[in-house]
Design a protein around this ligand. Sequence first.
Ligand code: FDA
Ligand code: NAP
Length: 450
Amino acid sequence: MGITGRRNQEIYDVVGIGFGPSNLSLAIALDEHGASAPQHPVKAHFFERQPSFGWHRNMVLPSTTMQISFMKDLATFRNPMSRFTFISYLHASNRLVQFVNNQDFFPTRKEFHQYLEWAAAGLADRVTYGAEVTSIRPAAGSGDLSPDLLEVEVRGADGTTSVVTARNVAISTGLVPRLPEGVTADERVWHSSQFLGRFNAQSPDDLKSVAVVGAGQSAAEITRFLHDSLPHAQVRAIVPSYGYSVADDTPFANQVFDPTAVDDYYFGTDRGRDAFWRYHRNTNYSVVDADVIRDLYQRAYAEEVSGVKRLHFSNLTRVAEVRRAGSATQVVLRSLLDDRTEELSVDALVFATGYDGMDPARLLGDFDRHFQRDAAGRHRVERDYRLVPASDLTCGVYLQGGTEHSHGLSSSLLSNIAVRSGEIADSIMLRRTERELERDRPVEAAPPAA
Ligand code: FDA
Ligand code: NAP
């Protein structure tokens, strides 16, 4: 479907906003629902602002690997028979045998990206690329107090705007890059989400001194990449902790990403939810895979041995200020040890300072007040990932992401997307069936007047 027309008359069962892995997985779940009920297919369409499918392209660094098993793909945990599993992709690519010989649960990010592109290509008729959704609102005339239809406004790559109508939307617009307060990105100051694009736009000869801020997986991978790619450069890691900490992916801790952990989190007490975070934040945030930590330490040690040092670590250090003038960048570092500051001059500064969770409010605008928030001001979300309406809305706004507070740690990750998408698809279908039963219920004759 193109988006050239002003208004598309069709009413979709669901419109998906964003076509990253989460909504791609939803498209598959809906497709498989449709296959089991071909007389009554689901009308779904997805809008993606990128010109083609892309999954964190600026971080597909050489030799980086996935942080989940290949079986936590778009479909397997929901339907191992799906034609969109990673194994089906390997089979279609004539690599299944070699993959097994390789004996590795964790594919490279490059291979997983190819898998996702392959799956997206299989559903190309359901997505419009180069199409950014700019707002979601109740459809005019669909009932002011209990609207049953939504209007989704979409801006095409050429700037034209169109509107589509849907009974449900699934918002999956992804993580939002976070820079420290007062820092602005430009051609020499980058967030990790921009990394490869920005790096490739520079001549390596102009990068003689570079620094990377942060102690998470992105920071460690970029530090290693810069050390490899700029053999003439000084590379400094600005590490807020005393040294990188390991990402706990041992089996018991890894259970926090199991589909059943969602129920435990969702239906648990506040104390229980708090315990998830207290004990298991180190499965994901501000932590690094052990092999990357060892690799970086071995490099530093080899430089100690050779006496030629160009990989440096500023531990217990945060960035206090960044000053920019032309191609010069001065960064003021503050040591957490003694509060002393130090100035560093660099040719490029990379902030691998993480992301904020998805917030649907930006797209909902004024419509957001139709949805309930908890005492902490966060959206209330049903177990089936539907925003809890403040009135009896019959249309549905589903979230894929932005639900860490309600559904737990896997909210922004791939671990649970197959199961979550199945749950959302089931919910959409169930509500459609209930609506149809309601509509078809015979009107009871009024009792005769006495
Ligand atoms: P994702 O961000 O992938 O997709 C959102 C899409 O929506 C984007 O394509 C964006 O362009 C589009 N979009 C945004 N706004 C829009 C709008 N208004 N209109 C239309 N389109 C819009 N997790 C994990 O479990 N294992 C892993 O190995 C990794 N690896 C990893 C590497 C890196 C570098 C990062 C930054 C993150 C990870 N993650 C991860 C976590 C990551 O969140 C996860 O892999 C997925 O990207 C989540 O998929 P989503 O589809 O939810 O978001
Ligand atoms: P992250 O884990 O949130 O780490 C951000 C880091 O930046 C933290 O160490 C944080 O320190 C630090 N920081 C923030 N502000 C700072 C400041 N002013 N000065 C110094 N340090 C500062 O972010 P991430 O590494 O981008 O990871 C995000 C997600 O992407 C995770 O899920 C991760 O697993 C995933 N990822 C996966 C891969 C892969 O699959 N290979 C690669 C990269 C990322 P504090 O802890 O003190 O705030």
